[in-house]
Ligand binder design. Sequence first.
Ligand code: YH5
Length: 274
Amino acid sequence: MDCAGKLLDLSRPQVMGILNVTPDSFSDGGAFLAPDAAIEQAEAMVRAGAAIIDVGGESTRPGAAPVPLQQELDRVVPVIEALHAELPVIISIDTSKPEVMRAAVTAGAGMINDVCALRRQGALAAAVECRVPVCLMHMQGEPRTMQQQPRYEDVVAEVGAFLQQRVAACLQAGLSREQLLLDPGFGFGKALRHNLRLLRRLPEIESLGFPLLVGLSRKSMIGALLGERPVGQRLHGSVAAATLAAWMGASIVRVHDVAATVDALRIVAALKSE
Ligand code: YH5
């Protein structure tokens, strides 16, 4: 897959490292220190084998408040410019705002990761202009309230139908098929049973015919399965989940713990090519 001139090898499962550029993630004072700390963290992830760095300036955690446009731009653009200048890695921009997509791609981003699947006003047009791969993710509801009462008749069918609709809207708007990745959106308006069913039946989402990206790292699903384990103690569960997701067909796993996940996916790749 061509990510603004950098090639992403999807013949084996790849790791996307999470780089949060929110105040709580680099809270050692002045905002202008953030790029340095962020670049150091990204460098470590690249050394550990990440193929993509996902830069996000808006928290999409359950209950999180929206971030104003200028603030999101101020957070992510300097970091992307610095990463682009210093690291030979694909940079993904985690945003739902069309203005941030444009600014990020201009600054060097080679992928758009949108948890709203380009449903925001102007996002489809922005993605068409950007000419980089786009990950379309499923979410039921909106971040502030999505975990209050998730409901599905058949979660796999409904997530699949939603993603298919978004693919159709993207093709209609002028995006190319080769540009799209799909993501079932673990934890985004889903109870534990929904997340488990989606993971178990990931091959049905894969059968839509697009590379899959999945994010399970440190999520509450892992905490719940380990007896309400706090977020700092979810490494092993997260690596197990990433391993299974790759085995079930995920092309890219979005994770906090890159080194451990890269090792695990090397085992998956060996088994898949047997
Ligand atoms: C995703 O799945 N997730 S942000 C709550 C947690 C831990 C982690 C401690 N962006 C995804 O990572 N983009 C996020 O509890 C994403 N797929 C894609 N494509 C949420 C997150 C997290 C939330």
